[in-house]
Design a protein around this ligand. Structure first.
Ligand code: ADP
Length: 220
């Protein structure tokens, strides 16, 4: 799950998407690779840390959902100044040394933009599919288009666009335009919904707290 810039709801969507997959009975993991945001543990209300067993890292879980976050290995709220090779090694470890078990789906929350993580994931997960998140605003749509183009260049398959925060504040149409520009479908639109924000802050994903709300249905 990629975006052009931060703050468009990429992490919120990633977390809820992973919960939705798990609720549908898919064996699901979520990898929080957003070095600048790493908010997935908080969004899922997971407070345990990973533990090392026999040279493998056992990921913390929420129900059946397994989580690994780059945030577990960073000091609290310290700014991140990792460079490409370090990031690449960390990602490689997350994919090879973490005891994910058999998974049907691994949701990866990518950092915003078109940087090193996208390039590494393109190499490490050559069959990965990319979903680009944007808000309806033209400004967000333009930067998202670069992230989408980047995913295509690194060999990941771009499967579509999700417009988030659709509604009066940010207007509409950005998702549709981006999808058209990238030549992929607009997979869905998630409304601007204060409940989604409240659930994230409380560490109780919307998919669990209000699975029948219209936003949860849009996410599913
Ligand atoms: P990103 O990962 O793109 O930086 P976040 O997932 O952290 O974005 O979301 C940014 C902020 O917007 C958070 O406070 C989140 O709760 C809120 N948010 C995300 N999606 C929605 C939505 N559809 N409606 C209302 N608030 C949202």
């Amino acid at each position: 799950v990629a975006s052009g810039k931060g703050g468009v709801g990429k992490s919120t969507l990633s977390a809820n998407l992973a919960v939705a997959f798990a609720q549908l009975g898919q064996r699901t993991g979520i990898l929080d690779a957003d070095v600048y945001g790493h908010s997935i543990p908080h969004l899922l209300g997971i407070r345990q840390k990973p533990v090392a067993v026999d040279r493998m890292i056992v990921p913390p879980v929420r129900g059946e959902l397994k989580l690994m976050s780059i945030g577990f290995f960073l000091d609290d709220n310290q700014p991140v100044m990792w460079r490409g090779p370090m990031l690449h090694r960390a990602l490689e470890q997350f994919l090879t040394d973490v005891h994910w078990g058999e998974l049907d789906v691994l949701v990866v929350d990518m950092p915003p933009g078109t940087g090193d993580v996208a390039i590494s994931l393109g190499q490490l997960l050559p069959r990965a599919e990319t979903l680009v998140v944007t808000t309806p605003q033209p400004a967000a749509q333009e930067v998202a288009s670069r992230a989408g183009a980047m995913a295509q260049k690194t060999g990941m398959r771009l499967i579509g666009v999700v417009e988030n925060m659709t509604g009066d504040v940010f207007g509409s149409g950005g998702g549709e335009r981006l999808a058209e520009e990238l030549g992929v479908p607009l997979i869905g639109s998630v409304p601007l919904d204060p409940l989604l924000r409240e659930c994230g802050d409380a560490g109780e994903p919307l998919m669990v707290a209000a699975p029948e709300s219209s936003s949860a249905q849009a996410l599913r």
